[in-house]
Design a protein around this ligand. Structure first.
Ligand code: GAL
Length: 433
């Protein structure tokens, strides 16, 4: 009896849904930020080709997510979703096959409500049927949004229950057809703390509303993520939303990220191990945009096969620890990786700034040791550090460092403990306090 009870408890616990898919953050392209509803298969395939040409697919961006607005406004007589023949004149199967030939797996979008946010058919009440359609079309990944929610007396469910309907349909289909389950990306905009339960249903969950291509939107997302960073793990992760890298001077109103802001954006998303979905014009991508998106040192950490968690703040910096401040989020972050101890330092001010941290502020650092410092943006070793590191950062700039042990620090360094409190001689006399 006890063991049955325990098994039930484990099954409903917060462990990630390890059904074999989505172990690492998804990398790829999403149509939404760049196109919204204004695209055709031809236009999208041009993007896919440009991704191949720029080496992005090779760099790991292997998912192509077709977001909202791909279907007709109404279902057919049998209740099936029908692709828009004007956007997909050769059919949806042809589209996913073309992607597959380029090395891209295909993802699609639907809703846990009557309609998608753009007003197209949503999957509430049609979960199994739509999944069949998506599978038949050649998709293996589903982003699931939260518009047009049925009345309470219809659902008798909360957000969790409406999303569980699709998650259950995915599990049932995989079992019945003995196929790999769909990867499920929950998008309920962080309404009901999906970081607590999202891992039971899918592999990622959006933590907030839609991103915008300017700094205040990015810093606000980083602020929110700072409080729940440790919820990310293998097979289940905070989704900080689609990338805006490359959308400077694009869109309505146009984006205005500086080069440093775009670097900070990408660094935070990658090291917090969010999905990384590009949504800017790859045909006209600038060398700076490609340099950012193809930073192999940073992508390697995002895709670390042995460490699932991302970085988390160890000090808020400008503000006292745990201060909620969308304009000035946490500035000092650390985490472990297979390649060394990771640090991210973010200057949230509008002016250049000197920023300093003690190495042992990071839980992953060993006291009393020297560390080789590798700069993940300069792509080279920049020195050997002990005790602390000081950096000069531009406005909204970032430093991303990888530290590796380089032996004991010099003898006799004072103070004898980098941490001030409780530092003691062998005979029980305090050195500090
Ligand atoms: C929003 C969602 C966006 C995009 C859009 C499509 O709710 O957050 O990422 O999918 O719907 O209509």
């Amino acid at each position: 009896m006890a063991s049955i009870l325990l098994a039930v408890l484990y099954a409903t616990g917060t462990t990630a849904l390890e059904n074999g898919v989505g172990k690492l953050p998804a990398l790829g392209f999403n149509t939404w930020n760049m196109y919204q509803c204004d695209y055709t298969a031809e236009i999208l395939l041009e993007q896919a080709h440009a991704m191949v040409d720029h080496g992005l697919v090779k760099a790991g961006y292997d998912t192509f997510m077709l977001d909202d607005c791909y279907s007709l406004r109404e279902r057919d007589k049998k209740g099936r979703i029908v692709e828009d023949p004007e956007k997909f004149p050769k059919g949806m199967k042809h589209f996913t096959k073309s992607l597959s030939k380029l090395g891209l797996r295909a993802g699609i979008y639907s809703n846990a409500g009557y309609r998608t946010c753009g007003g197209f058919p949503g999957s509430y009440g049609h979960e199994a049927q739509d999944l069949e359609t998506f599978a038949h079309w050649g998709f293996t990944y589903l982003k699931y949004d939260n518009c047009y929610i049925p009345f309470d007396n219809v659902t008798q469910e909360n957000v969790y229950g409406r999303y569980a309907r699709m998650s259950d349909a995915i599990a049932a289909r995989a079992k019945k057809t003995r196929s790999t389950p769909f990867q499920l990306a929950l998008c309920e905009w962080g309404w009901q703390q999906p970081w607590i339960w999202g891992g039971r249903l899918g592999q990622s969950w959006r933590i907030g509303g839609d991103i915008r291509p300017w700094w205040s939107a990015l810093s606000s997302i980083i602020n929110q993520a700072s409080f729940i960073a440790s919820e990310t793990r293998f097979h289940g992760r905070n989704d900080l939303d689609i990338l805006e890298v490359g959308n400077t001077d694009q869109g309505t109103p146009p984006g205005n990220l500086t080069y440093d802001q775009a670097k900070s954006h990408f660094t935070a998303w990658a090291l917090l191990k969010s999905p990384l979905l590009i949504s800017s014009d790859m045909k006209t991508a600038t060398p700076e945009t490609l340099e950012i998106l193809e930073n192999s040192d940073i992508l390697k950490i995002s895709q670390d096969p042995h460490v699932g968690e991302g970085i988390a703040p160890f000090r808020w910096g400008r503000n006292p620890d745990y201060t909620w401040d969308p304009d000035h989020p946490a500035e000092y972050w650390t985490g472990n990786s297979s390649y060394g101890v990771v640090f991210m330092v973010l200057n949230t001010e509008d002016a250049p700034r000197q920023m300093t941290f003690n190495l042992t502020e990071s839980w992953a650092i060993r006291a009393g040791r020297l560390y080789d410092v590798y700069d993940l943006w300069a792509h080279k070793k920049t020195g050997t550090a002990y005790r602390n590191i000081s950096l000069e950062l531009p406005p909204h700039g970032v430093a991303a460092l990888l530290l590796n042990d380089a032996g004991p620090e010099p003898e006799g360094l004072e103070p004898y403990c980098a941490g001030y409190w409780q530092c003691s001689f062998p005979n029980g006399t305090y050195y500090s306090n």
